[in-house]
Design a protein around this ligand. Structure first.
Ligand code: GDP
Ligand code: MN
Length: 399
């Protein structure tokens, strides 16, 4: 789960990380009011959307009076910000954050990630901040500092000092840097984060450290025990299809193709997607209905897949171990009887109670295309989609 910059800043400030003065706004008028509240004579108006690269996409605006703040906010609200991370769909701006602007002497990158190799939290830092870490890795790989944290003791002062020295900070800034590094680490550890990033962490004109941007992501599987963090979820920033699925206990990822997939198990889902590609088609989604799928769950999965207008064929591929093919078959019938679909449905069942499942399907008289193997299922899906897709149906209907 991702959160907004202003939320991450508030959390990190609670762990001793210095941040600029700022306030959140839901309207241009409120943004101008926030600028007055913050004080000073320069402000930055920042789009709050779940993506990096806002600066380059016009989502970060410098202002020197209240009218400019109003105009900047006016321009941002409702805008679909497209950055190199969002894809073409972009993210809509519903909140802006107004901060007192600061003069920048130096921009530092400071990140915390889980390093799979060492199975530890790793600090990643660079004196070439401001750019995205991918860009730093490409252009200035030598500037990247990596430091693995020993979980039994956490980030040690000497370790944080070492990072600060390598960043080329002045002796007077070292103590502050140690506080920032330790604060981020504690926020990461105590809140089940998967990523903390301050980019840039700046040295201001007067020589002090300040987090100008902040980003945090959290482990979805730990959110049941972090109600304070879960509350920060902003569904307006998520793929609506994925949010709906998560709310129904299904694991769903929307893709660009036309063949909807209903599968049990992540491994089988990926294999199914590969087989569709191999047969010359393209999957519309990844959907894992999990083990122990009840007829109701299968029916929900159908509704979810059909809500994607791109879907022109549906492949149900179930390998029942914990699942039962007869239940899945009941679910398919329930789904198709309640909400008839205008696309071909291909079903491949294997495993527990498979004979029973097949009988239920053929007794139902529903126009379901059956397949015995995964390969056959993928091929039949692709040819059914080609011969009988919505596009053709529409052309026939209109001629
Ligand atoms: P991002 O593009 O989404 O990562 O958004 P950031 O919050 O990092 O802002 C982009 C850039 O705007 C930063 O790297 C800074 O160079 C600049 N910026 C943001 N706030 C200030 C500020 O208060 N003063 C100055 N001079 N520049 C700022
Ligand atoms: Mn940034």
């Amino acid at each position: 789960m991702d959160i907004h910059e202003y939320q991450a800043k508030e959390i990190l400030a609670g762990f001793g990380v210095p941040i600029p003065r700022g306030g959140l706004a839901y309207s241009p008028e409120q943004a101008a009011y926030r600028a007055r509240e913050v004080g000073g004579d320069k402000w930055v108006v920042k789009a709050q959307v779940h993506t990096g690269g806002r600066g380059q996409a016009g989502g970060v605006k410098m202002c020197t009076d209240e009218h400019e703040v109003l105009d900047a906010a006016n321009d941002l609200f409702g805008k679909r910000l497209v950055t190199h991370q969002t894809g073409a769909a972009g993210k809509v701006v519903y909140r802006v954050y107004v901060e007192g602007a600061v003069s920048i002497q130096k921009e530092i990158y400071l990140g915390f990630v889980l390093d799979r190799k060492t199975e530890r939290i790793m600090v990643v830092a660079s004196a070439d901040g401001g750019m995205e870490i991918e860009e730093i890795a490409e252009k200035r790989p030598g500037s990247i500092i990596r430091s693995v944290v020993e979980p039994a003791v956490g980030v040690q002062d000497f370790q944080a000092r070492e990072i600060a020295f390598q960043l080329g900070l002045e002796p007077s800034q070292i103590r502050q840097a140690v506080e920032v590094v330790k604060g981020c680490y504690m926020a990461f550890r105590d809140l089940d984060a998967t990523m903390v990033e301050i980019n840039p962490l700046v040295v201001t004109g007067d020589g002090s450290l300040l987090a100008l941007d902040a980003k945090m992501s959290f482990d979805d599987n730990a959110m049941f025990r972090r109600p304070d963090v879960s509350e920060l979820r902003d569904k307006s920033q998520e793929d609506a299809r994925e949010t709906q699925a998560a709310d129904r206990g299904l694991s769903y990822v929307g893709l660009e193709g036309n063949i909807g997939c209903i599968v049990n198990g992540a491994g089988l889902a990926m294999a199914t997607m590969d087989m569709i590609e191999l047969a010359g088609g393209s999957p519309a989604n990844f959907l894992d209905i999990g083990g122990g799928a009840t007829p109701e769950r299968v029916a929900k999965a159908f509704r979810l897949v059909m809500s994607d207008k791109k879907v022109e064929a549906i492949l149900v591929n179930i390998f029942a171990g914990i699942n039962r093919c007869d239940w899945v078959a009941e679910g398919i019938i329930q789904a198709l009887e309640n909400n008839p679909v205008d696309v071909p449905v291909i079903v491949r069942l294997a495993g527990t109670n498979v004979e029973e499942g097949r009988k239920i399907l053929s007794r139902s008289g529903l126009p379901v295309i059956r397949a015995a193997t995964l390969e056959e299922a993928a091929e039949r899906s692709v040819s059914a989609w080609r011969n009988n897709n919505k596009h053709n149906i529409k052309m026939v209907a209109s001629s």
